[in-house]
Ligand binder design. Structure first.
Ligand code: SF4
Length: 372
């Protein structure tokens, strides 16, 4: 059998320690050169996320604002997650849903999904992100297809963040009405990845690494990537995440791409972050992505606190979740079930909309409609 091209081949040509060394050797002159170069490359992204670029943060923020307004206007697209299930057959040492965490497991029935939907619709939600743990046997492709069929008439835009699937399964979900798939590598450091994912299907680093290729082959409209910021050095991990996007954009050029910035948050029974990422660092990273790549959608979740989220409205973000519950049934059915992580910004959707308007931006609830 001829093996298909995948990001694994590109990834194999890079070495974590060498990239790290390069990032920490960048000089202020390199940063200024990258800031002013017309067409940006991966080398420029590397320069812009280096410690040396922290001294140019104000310039980077101004550029980011200008580029984002040029490309996306003064808009922030709003969405909310619906957690479908906290069942999971993996151990991820940083996650509240980890298999070894003795919590009550819950998977939403059709009726429960509808009750959650009514609350989300009351909040004005049109873009919904369906999230689940990774439990193939009970919450597999058939469950997702049923959920999408049930929810499609009620939402303009459906994204999913579930276990890695096959190309055929992604294609079936796309045909059923899924618009985007989010999948995070968590960390691109292979040894560290193994330590954080000691058991379950997720422990297969390569299978996860090749997931965006399978999504791309299914002709999904949008693929969302990200790393869990706090597991490893965020600068190096983010370089590899951008390298992944760079590869995917060449390979699946008709697909759109988004980046999320999950910073490790507290959850019951989990570890503390190994690497602390300050607000200033996160701002630098967001700016680096925007200056490097004008087309990327940049998404900020309620993991971040309200002060940071208020500031980021004019600084590169293009979409935000709001009013989020990160537990299955959290909006209506079972408000007390265990969260995947604690949200930090607990304001309602209406409050976040008001803040976006105050900043002179338009909160957008819907910018997509299913073809009929
Ligand atoms: S991160 Fe995902 S796969 Fe890992 S334990 Fe949590 S829900 Fe399961």
């Amino acid at each position: 059998m001829v093996s298909m091209k995948s990001f694994k081949d590109t990834f194999a040509r890079y070495n974590w320690d060498e990239i790290k060394e390069r990032i920490y050797a960048v000089t202020p002159t390199d940063v200024r050169y990258s800031l002013h170069r017309r067409k940006k490359t991966m080398d420029d992204f590397l320069n812009l996320l280096s410690p040396a670029a922290a001294g140019e943060l104000e310039t980077m923020a101004r550029m980011t604002q200008r580029i984002t307004q040029k490309r996306f206007g003064k808009t922030i697209q709003l969405y909310a997650p619906m957690y479908l299930s906290n069942e999971c057959q993996n151990i991820s040492t940083y996650c509240g849903f980890s298999m070894d965490n003795g919590i009550k497991r819950k998977t939403l029935s059709n009726q429960a999904m509808m009750l959650e939907t009514y609350v989300l619709k009351d909040m004005g939600v049109e873009h919904v992100l369906l999230v689940s743990g990774e439990a193939n046997k009970t919450v597999g492709i058939d469950y997702f297809l049923n959920a999408v069929q049930l929810l499609r008439p009620h939402f303009a835009h459906i994204s999913i963040e579930v276990q890695p699937l096959s190309t055929e399964e992604y294609r079936a979900l796309h045909d059923a009405g899924v618009h985007s798939v989010l999948v995070y590598q968590e960390t691109y450091h292979q040894d560290v990845y193994r330590q954080y994912h000691p058991k379950g299907k997720k422990s297969n680093f390569d299978f996860r690494l090749e997931t965006p290729d399978r999504i791309g082959r299914s002709e999904m409209h949008k693929i969302g990537l990200g790393v869990l910021l706090g597991l490893e050095d965020w600068r190096v991990d983010s370089f590899f995440n951008a390298l992944h996007i760079d590869y995917l954009q060449r390979q699946y050029w008709q697909t759109k791409y988004s980046v999320s910035f999950p910073r490790l948050r507290p959850a019951e029974g989990i570890i503390e972050p190994n690497f602390i990422m300050e607000d200033r660092d996160l701002l630098q990273l967001i700016c680096a992505y925007r200056i490097w790549n004008e087309d990327l959608e940049l998404s900020i979740s309620t993991r971040e606190n309200e002060i940071f989220r208020n500031h980021i409205i004019g600084l590169g973000a293009t979409s935000m979740s709001a009013g989020s519950k990160t537990n299955p049934g959290g909006y209506a059915v079972d408000k007390q079930s265990l969260e995947q992580f604690e949200t930090s910004d607990e304001r309602s959707m209406d409050e976040v909309r008001a803040v976006i308007r105050q900043a002179g931006y338009d909160p957008v609830m819907k910018d997509w409609e299913h073809y009929l």
